[in-house]
Design a protein around this ligand. Structure first.
Ligand code: PMP
Length: 449
C-alpha cells in the first residue's frame, strides 16, 4: 500500500522521527497524524503545497477548510503588513478599531448576530457559546448530535464518533477520549442528526434540563441537513426557550457570506465561527442575540456610564483571553471577507467544486470503482460504499480500505488530502487547477482498480 509513498517521502519520515521524540506522536494535533507518517510540508502557494522532499501537491485539505483564499494570498499579506505599519505593534492588549470593524461586519452578515465576542479558536468559541447558553437558561445539560465535532474539550467530546446506537435506535452516549469525566456523559443528551422523530422524542423527554442544543448545521462540513430537521429543531427550542447554537466553525464563510444560517434560512440564538474568519490565523467568534450575549458584559446592562463590574463574580458571565480580537488576525480576516464579498466569488468556487465532484464520479464510474461524493457548496467528501448503489450518511459504513488505497494513490500523484478526510476548495482552485486534479485523480483510480 505505502511502497511508493515511502520512496517519495524520505525527508518527511526523517522529520517525523525527530518530531516523535519531542512531540507525542510527532503531531501537534491528533487529527494531523496518519499511518505510516504524516507529510511534513515546507511551503504553500495558491492551491499548492510543497513537502520537505520537494514533492508538489494540489491541496484539498486547506488547513481543514480554513484557507478559503488558498495559501499566501497577497491581499492577506498586505493587510497584515498594513496593520503592523499603522499600529506599529502586533497587539495592543486594549480595544482597537479593527475588532470593532470586524464585529460590525459579522453583525451585518449573520442574521443570528446582534453582538459578537472573539476567541482564538473554534474550540473556545463553542465552549463560550455553551457557557452563555446554559447560564442564560439556567440549566447545565446540553444536547448535541451524534458524530458532531465542536472542538477538543470535555463537554463536547461525548459521542464524537458516529455509529453506535442503543436497543431503541437512539445514539449511544460514548466517551470519545480518555480522561473524560462521567459528569459530561450524564449531562449530555445525544441526538441523531437528520432523524427528527427520534430527536423529538429525546427532546420531549429532556427539555426541562436542557440549557442548550448545539449542532453543526452541516455535519463534518459535508453531510447536509434536511431543512425540515433544522426548522423543527428551531421551532422546538423556541417553544421551550432553549438556546439553539449553530457551530458554524466550518460552514461560516464557506456556505456563503452568511454561513449555513443564510443558506438554509434557519436562525440560531448563538453562532460559533472560526477557520475562514481568521484568514489563516488562529481565530474564533461567538455572536448571538443581544439578550444572551450581554450577560458577559462587565458594564451594567451594557451601559458605559456606570462604573461597571469587575468582570468576575456571580453576577457576570466570565469571558477573557489575552489575544482575543488580535489585530493581525482581524486584519487578515477582514481582507479575506473583502475578497469574498466581490460578486460571483462563491458561485465560481462552488461551480468548480461541482465540476470536480461530477468529474470524479464519472471517472470512478468509467473504471468500475464504486464511489460517490456528498456535500454542499465548497466542501465535499468521497464515499466508497461496500455495496454498489448503497448510499449511507455514515462514512464508517463505507469501504475504508478502498478509500485509503485511493487516498495514497492520490498522494503519490500529487493531490494532497489527509487520508479519509474531506475535500475543500478555495478561490485559488481555478478551472485549470481542477482539470489538472481530474487528470491526476484518474491516474490514481487506475492504480487501485
Ligand atoms: N467546530 C467545528 C465544526 C470544527 O470543524 C472545528 C475544527 N475542525 C472546531 C469546532 C474546533 O475548532 P478549532 O480547531 O479551531 O479549535
Amino acid at each position: 500500500l505505502h511502497h511508493r509513498f515511502i520512496e517519495k517521502t524520505a525527508a518527511s519520515r526523517q522529520w517525523f522521527e525527530r518530531a516523535q521524540k519531542v512531540i507525542p506522536g510527532g503531531v501537534t494535533a491528533n487529527i494531523k497524524y496518519f499511518d505510516p507518517y504524516p507529510l511534513v510540508m515546507a511551503s504553500g502557494s495558491g492551491a499548492r503545497l510543497i513537502d520537505t522532499d520537494g514533492n508538489r501537491y494540489i491541496d484539498y485539505n486547506l488547513c481543514y477548510g480554513a484557507l478559503m483564499l488558498g495559501h499566501g494570498h497577497p491581499v492577506i499579506q498586505k493587510a497584515v503588513n498594513e496593520q503592523w505599519d499603522q499600529m506599529g505593534t502586533t497587539v495592543t492588549g486594549t480595544p482597537h478599531y479593527l475588532e470593532v470593524e470586524m464585529a460590525e461586519k459579522l453583525v451585518s452578515l449573520y442574521p443570528g448576530m446582534d453582538q459578537v465576542r472573539f476567541t482564538n479558536s473554534g474550540l473556545e468559541a463553542t465552549m463560550f457559546a455553551l457557557r452563555l447558553a446554559t447560564a442564560w437558561r439556567g440549566r447545565n445539560t446540553i444536547a448535541k448530535c451524534s458524530g458532531h465535532y465542536h472542538g477538543g474539550y470535555d463537554q463536547v467530546l461525548v459521542s464524537v464518533q458516529q455509529g453506535e446506537v442503543d436497543e431503541n435506535g437512539f445514539p449511544a452516549v460514548t466517551a470519545d477520549s480518555k480522561g473524560l469525566s462521567a459528569y459530561w456523559r450524564e449531562n449530555t443528551v445525544v441526538l441523531p442528526f437528520n432523524d427528527w422523530e427520534r430527536t423529538e422524542a429525546l427532546l420531549i423527554r429532556n427539555h426541562e434540563r436542557l440549557g442548550a442544543v448545539i449542532l453543526e448545521p452541516v455535519q463534518s462540513g459535508f453531510l447536509p441537513p434536511e431543512r425540515d430537521y433544522l426548522l423543527r429543531l428551531r421551532e422546538f427550542t423556541t417553544l421551550y426557550g432553549i438556546p439553539l447554537i449553530f457551530d458554524e466553525v466550518k460552514t461560516g464563510f464557506r456556505l456563503g457570506l452568511s454561513g449555513a444560517q443564510g443558506r438554509y434560512g434557519v436562525i440560531p440564538d448563538l453562532t460559533a465561527l472560526g477557520k475562514v474568519l481568521g484568514g489563516g490565523f488562529p481565530v474564533g467568534a461567538v455572536g448571538g442575540r443581544q439578550e444572551i450575549m450581554e450577560i458577559c458584559s462587565p458594564t451594567e446592562k451594557g451601559d458605559i456610564l456606570t462604573l461597571g463590574r469587575s468582570g468576575h463574580g456571580e453576577d457576570v458571565l466570565f469571558h477573557s483571553g489575552t489575544y482575543n480580537g488580535h489585530p493581525s488576525v482581524m486584519a487578515a480576516g477582514m481582507a479575506t471577507i473583502r475578497v469574498l464579498e466581490e460578486p460571483g466569488v462563491y458561485e465560481r468556487v462552488e461551480q468548480e467544486a461541482f465540476f470536480l465532484r461530477q468529474g470524479m464520479e464519472e471517472i470512478l464510474d468509467r473504471h468500475g470503482v464504486p464511489g460517490y461524493t456528498m456535500g454542499d457548496g465548497t466542501i465535499f467528501n468521497l464515499v466508497m460504499p461496500t455495496d454498489k448503489g448503497y448510499r449511507s450518511t455514515n462514512l464508517l459504513q463505507g469501504d475504508k480500505t478502498l478509500r485509503q488505497r485511493l487516498d495514497f494513490a492520490l498522494l503519490e500523484e500529487g493531490i494532497y488530502l489527509k487520508p479519509m478526510s474531506r475535500f475543500s476548495l478555495s478561490t485559488a482552485h481555478t478551472h485549470e487547477v481542477v482539470k489538472e486534479t481530474l487528470t491526476l485523480f484518474e491516474e490514481g483510480v487506475k492504480k487501485i482498480k
